[in-house]
Structure formats: C-alpha cells, structure tokens
Design a binder for this molecule. Sequence first.
Ligand SMILES: Nc1ncnc2c1ncn2[C@@H]1O[C@H](COP(=O)(O)OP(=O)(O)OP(=O)(O)O)[C@@H](O)[C@H]1O
Ligand SMILES: [Mg+2]
Length: 420
Amino acid sequence: MPNSDKIEIRLTLLNAAVFAAVLVSFAVTVFVVVVDKQNQDSHADVRKLADAVIASIDFDEDKTRNPNSAQPDLIMSAMPDSSSQLLQAMKLQWFNYKQQLIAEKGSFTIVPALQTTEGFQDQVNPKGIIFSKPVFDGDRLLGYVRVAQPLDKQERFVSNLLMGLCFGTAAALLIAGGGVFFLVTQSIRPLRKNMLMLRQFTSDASHELRTPVAVIRSNSAVALKYPDGIRDGDKEKFQMISSAAQQMQRLIESLLTLSKAENVSKEKSNVNLLQVVQDARQSLMPLADEQIIKVEFLVPPNLQLLICRDDLFSIISNLLENAIRYTPPGGWVKIQAASEKERVVLTVQDSGIGIASEHIDKIFDRFWRADKSRTFHGSGQGLGLTITKRLVEEYGGTILVYSKLDSGTTFKVLLNAIEF
Ligand SMILES: Nc1ncnc2c1ncn2[C@@H]1O[C@H](COP(=O)(O)OP(=O)(O)OP(=O)(O)O)[C@@H](O)[C@H]1O
Ligand SMILES: [Mg+2]
C-alpha cells in the first residue's frame, strides 16, 4: 500500500477516534446526569409523600395521649391533593408504634420488613424504592409511615435512553467518519500529488544519472587498465575517480530501487525462497570470502512466496550483505527459514558488531549509519535497510531486529506464504 494511502487511513482513523471519544464521553455524561436526576426525583417524591402524610396527621386532644389514636383513615383523608395524585403510582403504609401494619393504600407490593429508622431501601423485585420514617408526637413514638414507588417506568425510560444514546452515537460516528474521510482525502490530495512528483523526480534523475556515471566509471577503468600511458601522479587520481563513480552508481541504484518500491505495480509470481537465498548467497560469496566470514543457510526447499522475485532478492541480499559487512573476520552468518502458521519467517543472523539499543529505532531511516559501521563498510549509503523495510511492508510483511552490541544481530522477516 502506498505511503500516502497509509497516511490517509491513519489520519481518518485518528480523527474518527477523537470524534468517537468526544461522542462517547458526551453520551455517557448525558446518561449519568439524566439517570442521576431521575434517581433524585424518585427519592424526593417518596420523601415528599411521607412528609405530606406526617404533616396531615391531625390528633385531637384526648387521642393524642393514646398512641393508637393516629387513625389511618384520618391520615388518608387529610392528605393534600397533590400528594394524593402522587399516591396513585405509589404505595403508602401506616404502622402503629408496635410496628403492626394498620392501613395501606396503593397496589404496589413491598417485600422487605419495616425499617424503623428513617431512610431509603432499594427493592429488586418488583423494582422499587422504599422510604420509611418514624412519626413522633414530641418524644412519644406514634407509628411509622412507609412509602414506596415502583421504578418500572423509570427502568423503561433508562433502557430507552441507553438504546437511543447508543444508536445516536453509532449513527453520529458513521456520519462523522464519512465526513472525516472526505475531508482528509480532499486535504491530502495536493500532498499526494507532491509526493508522486518527488518520487517521479527521484526516479527520473537517478535514471538519467546512470549513463554519465557509467561512462565515468568505464573510462577510468580503461585508463587504469593501461597504467603505462598515465603520468605517475595521475594513477591515484584515476583510482579515486573510479571509486567515487562506483559509490555514485550504488547510490543511484539504491535511489532507483527506493522510488520503485512504491511506484510501480509489480509482477508477482510464485517464487521459491530457497532458490533466491542460494542466488543471493552466491552473489555475496566473494565478499564473504574476502572478509573471511562463514555463511550457512538452512532453508526448507518447499517454501513459496507470491512476490516479485527481484524484490525478494533485494530483501535477502541487503540483509545478507549487512550481516557480512558488519561482522569482523572469522565470524559467521546464518540464514534460516521456516513456516509459522500462514507466514514464512526468514532470519538472517550474524556474530558481528551489533547495534546499540539507542540506535535500533534509527537503522531503517534513510541515510542513517552508525559511526562504528563506517570502518567496516566505508562506501555504504545508509539506504539498504530503508529499501528492505519498504519492500517487506509493501507485501504486508514485517521486519524485526534483535541486536546486542559486540555480540551480533538478527533480522527477522515475516512474509505471507502461499504453499508449503
Ligand atoms: N547486521 C548488522 N550489524 C550491525 N549493524 C548493522 C547491521 N545491519 C545494519 N546495521 C547498521 O544499520 C545501518 C544502516 O544499514 P543500511 O543497510 O541501511 O545501510 P548501509 O549498510 O550503511 O549502506 P547501504 O545503503 O550500502 O546498505 C548500518 O550503517 C549499520 O550501522
Ligand atoms: Mg546495507
């Protein structure tokens, strides 16, 4: 997937995540506030009714002396109108001072035993809220008022509210997601155009530079082939020209590969991993022999990948070349491959100089090189791993690195396999 597409998706997802966070927090706040308000209202309603009942108790002179005189009929009839309306959806009970139920109104069923202290109780089945309050005449206990309110309506309201908020949030998210995607696509269009132009320029410039550099290289090589015709002091200059031209050629090739990595639609085919490993090893054996490095490989013959062969060759040879170059003489390099679930895992391990932990994040950056590596590979460009990572990711793969300074490095490449 081209980089600009990835940016587009990442930006859309990021924006959508921010929207989602805002919407969900808003929905949660609305839910909590509304439910809390309802809760408070229910509590206030039952308390209001209980207080209204207590306020409506009207004792005459003699009966005041007798605790049993707080007659329920009197209480019920004396209740204010607004409270009576409240009672329709509630239950009201009057207990005498012995905690015996004397009278009740309303059809709601109250399950728990009377609570003799003032306070609320929650009832689960049937769902309701209960408020009990003892009634005193001075210091004398007359009885208890108990009021209950069913919460089924509130429950229904809360579940409707929850459903509405969930659907509303999901719908708002979908609309916002679409809008964000549209805006991101629009705003990223000029950036995508610039990136394409830049890549095209890199590709064209590298391509155009190839020929003159090849001419410089071949001419200096020809001159060096017949040193007799060269003045004494000029031989060294020709050697410098030749080595600089070689370095330029490598850089141009790397830049070309890098620009192609995202640009061109490539021809993929079934490629046998072992064959490509063998080819890469063969091409790098002269370097390994020169550096006195032992190269071993253990790759099963049946691992196939759907990939452009040249890309797989670049991936393996870049890693193998690094392993050879950054390993002191007498060391070893191992290439191994195995299938894990639906993936092929390719590892390139060396006993070389290793990478400092603070540098691990940088090794895939363009043109980055560790200072220490310059003594091992003076003409390196710092582009090999950038290209390798691009290529691996282009095929939906992953590249991982494990390294310990002065002990060695292991690169692990995971790619989708097609056959075993
Ligand atoms: N196997 C390894 N062991 C130790 N260091 C490594 C290894 N592979 C990569 N590095 C470090 O990562 C840097 C970047 O590697 P990369 O292959 O991108 O560039 P390079 O080898 O310097 O140049 P070139 O572009 O020619 O490949 C190297 O310069 C080196 O410091
Ligand atoms: Mg390299």
